[in-house]
Design a protein around this ligand. Structure first.
Ligand SMILES: Nc1nc2c(ncn2[C@@H]2O[C@H](COP(=O)(O)OP(=O)(O)OP(=O)(O)O)[C@@H](O)[C@H]2O)c(=O)[nH]1
Ligand SMILES: [Mg+2]
Length: 647
């Protein structure tokens, strides 16, 4: 059997989610299935945080929302549970308690903070004038309502909501007996909290969700090893993105390990909380999701190790060390943990609302990464932790208990028609975003919840810096079992391409992920750049880089599932990519077109002729991705043998 050392480097990218780490997880799922399965339990904390983040996003969006439209009063989504955990019947809609107050309808805004999306011309003849004409403050057309229609929305004048009547949908939800007392109170109806703008019902619901923020703080504390000084870093709004090259610049430390009594927001440390808002933690207009710093766990946090240590007992025959090899800023490896093995740690952070590119690069040399911490993760040779799920030693999971207890209220919030409408108006599309689990609340908040493989692939944990994984293909990998692979996952910092390239020039192949569903979106860190354009520019940079001239390139045109959904919803590529012309707006035609454009760039910009492989992918889809990854593996092996002169 040929034995070689192969690494996969997941490409640099902007702070845009592309699927790099998901691709890595697919490799692990396919070639180290036992390890992948055993680690599923560790992802529960990430999924918990994903859920919490979604709930926070909703509340933040509502905190900016105008009063509900009368037409949405009393509606109750079918998904809303009929009874709460105490057996109480369902509540009236959040919006049904909203008084017909004097709040004026604000002019429509793009509540995601999205800027107009610059148009692209993949034929190279961008038309600035035309792009300007699209500069109407809308990043993309709303799914079901045009901007003009939104402008035409009526003020909240009539019909006046009936506060005493829980409404037919409430009855349908299983109760007219247990609506909150204020629903039956005589006029005048309760007024919204002037600090939050929330209706009393919403205020009460958000108040009941307060334990979630305690769970959130617990999770953050759990994900970060106690010896980490800067567990979580919350750069101030507007502060530059962290840079990990040369002297690692870290955002100022604004969040500590200690679990505050009531952590109002992990994304905001600046909000002032008055006594009026102490129950919800929200002040009107002050605690928005958009524009607030995001939490992330800095490189070296070793969240898997931290979780494993916190929750798992190990048989004495196994040893496991959390952060093992780390590469400090001078680029030399040093032993960080006591284990002589390479060990687990990832440089990842929580983040949402982004996408990023991915490349996979196969190495034959030990990785030396400049200016970053890099962490080795070895799941084999008996060195991985026995997961709690396997050995039954799992301790109680307080966060899961809190989520379980709040499940009904979370479901109520998510299923409320007014809430949905408000999110739609705000252009908050949680379902399209990463780490979305709100449609599975009952399952994922159950006390015995064990993440499925799909859940692990769907979970969102942002990568920061560089993480290196080593694994030996298990027997399940067939003829390649025993082959050692190294996968390096690089978190998004496009500006560091020049720094990293010299370290990847000896790899066998680069896999580049371009999230083509982002054609109608801008980068979150630079609202003037279209996400598709960003991928194209990075692709040009990679193709033309002389140091990578002999590295084969594999292109994943990723997020095809989201692309298809978007196109099917009526969003036209031609509106954003002028050169697309009047071609059909279906996923096949669009992906073929984009593939041909990327291929042309490869031909034009590559210093030397080389092979080019392109796939349309949805890397969260295990069925389709398995075959693609097998092709990549074969290609990488062929290339490696060629370079080793074995072929
Ligand atoms: N629907 C869909 N979701 C995807 C796809 N690829 C990735 N995702 C999701 O997008 C999110 C981000 O994916 P990651 O693999 O973490 O992205 P990344 O490139 O590693 O991002 P950074 O670590 O921020 O650089 C995850 O929640 C994935 O489940 C895809 O093809 N389709
Ligand atoms: Mg990542």
């Amino acid at each position: 059997m040929v034995y070689w050392n192969t690494s996969v480097v997941i490409r640099w990218g902007r702070v845009v989610r592309l699927g790099k780490s998901t691709t890595l997880r697919q490799f692990q799922r396919l070639y180290t299935p036992t390890a992948f399965r055993e680690e599923r339990v560790l992802w529960r904390a990430v999924i918990q945080l994903n859920i919490l983040r979604s709930i926070r996003t909703i509340i933040d969006a509502l905190a900016q929302a105008p009063p509900p439209l009368p037409t949405h009063s009393y509606s109750y989504s079918h998904a809303s549970p009929a009874r709460d955990r105490n057996g109480h019947a369902g509540q009236a809609s959040i919006s049904s308690y909203y008084p017909n107050n004097a709040y004026a309808s604000p002019p429509p805004q793009n509540q995601n903070g999205d800027a107009p999306v610059p148009k692209l011309d993949l034929d190279g003849d961008a038309d600035d004038e035309d792009a300007q004409s699209d500069n109407d403050g809308w990043a993309r057309p709303p799914m079901s309502m045009s901007p003009k229609q939104q402008h035409a929305l009526p003020a909240y004048a009539s019909p006046k909501p009936q506060y005493a009547n829980p409404g037919p949908s409430n009855a349908a939800a299983g109760s007219s007996t247990n609506v909150p007392a204020y629903a039956h109170s005589p006029s005048p109806p309760p007024q919204p909290n002037p600090y939050t703008g929330f209706s009393p019902a919403l205020e009460a619901l958000v108040g009941r969700l307060a334990p979630l923020w305690h769970a959130e703080a617990l999770l953050i504390a759990k994900l970060v090893p106690p010896n980490e000084e800067e567990a979580t870093q919350l750069p101030a709004p507007g502060s530059p993105q962290p840079s990990y090259s040369g002297h690692q610049q870290r955002p100022s430390h604004t969040h500590s390990h200690s679990v505050p009594d009531y952590p109002p927001s992990i994304v905001s440390t600046q909000t002032t909380y008055t006594s009026n808002t102490a129950n919800t933690g929200y002040t009107k207009g002050s605690n928005t999701f958009r524009g607030k710093p995001e939490i992330f766990i800095r490189p070296g946090a070793g969240w898997k190790g931290a979780l494993a240590k916190a929750r798992v007992s190990y048989p004495s025959t196994l040893s496991y060390s959390s952060p093992g090899m780390s590469i400090p800023e001078n680029g030399h490896e040093k032993e960080k943990g006591s284990s002589s093995h390479s060990s687990s740690a990832t440089d990842e952070e929580m983040a949402f609302g982004r996408t990023s590119d991915t490349s996979v690069v196969a190495h034959s040399q030990p990785t030396q990464l400049p200016g970053h911490q890099a962490h080795m993760y070895n799941t084999l040779n008996g060195r991985r932790p026995m997961s709690a799920g396997n050995v039954g030693l799992e301790s109680a999971d307080e966060a899961q208990e809190v989520l379980h207890a709040c499940a009904r209220d979370m479901a109520h919030l998510w299923s409320d028609t007014w809430v949905r409408d408000t999110l739609k108006r705000r252009k908050v599309r949680l379902e399209e975003g990463p780490g979305f689990f709100l449609n599975d609340l009952e399952r994922v908040t159950s006390l015995k919840y064990m993440p499925s493989e799909d859940d692990v692939l769907k979970a969102r944990l942002k990568t920061v810096g560089v993480s290196e994984y080593r694994f030996e293909m298990e027997i399940a990998a067939g003829r390649d079992s025993g082959t050692e692979w190294r996968i390096v996952d690089v978190g998004g910092s496009r500006s560091q391409v020049a720094t990293w390239v010299p370290f990847f020039d000896d790899v066998d192949a680069i896999i580049f992920l371009a999230p083509i569903s982002g054609f109608d979106q801008v980068l979150s860190e630079d609202r003037t750049v279209n996400r598709l354009e960003d991928s194209v520019l990075l692709w040009k940079a990679v193709c033309s880089n002389k140091l990578l001239a002999n590295v084969d390139l594999v292109l994943f045109l990723n997020k095809c599932d989201l692309l298809e959904a978007k196109l099917n919803s009526g969003i036209r590529l031609a509106k954003y990519v002028r050169s697309y012309g009047d071609r059909d707006n279906d996923v096949d035609t669009v992906s073929k077109y984009l593939r041909s454009k990327f291929s042309a760039i490869h031909r034009e910009y590559s210093p030397n002729p080389r092979k080019f492989y392109a796939f349309c992918t949805s890397v969260t889809d295990t069925a389709t991705t398995a075959g693609i990854i097998a092709s990549v593996r074969d290609m990488v092996i062929r290339q490696h043998l060629k370079q080793s002169k074995l072929l």
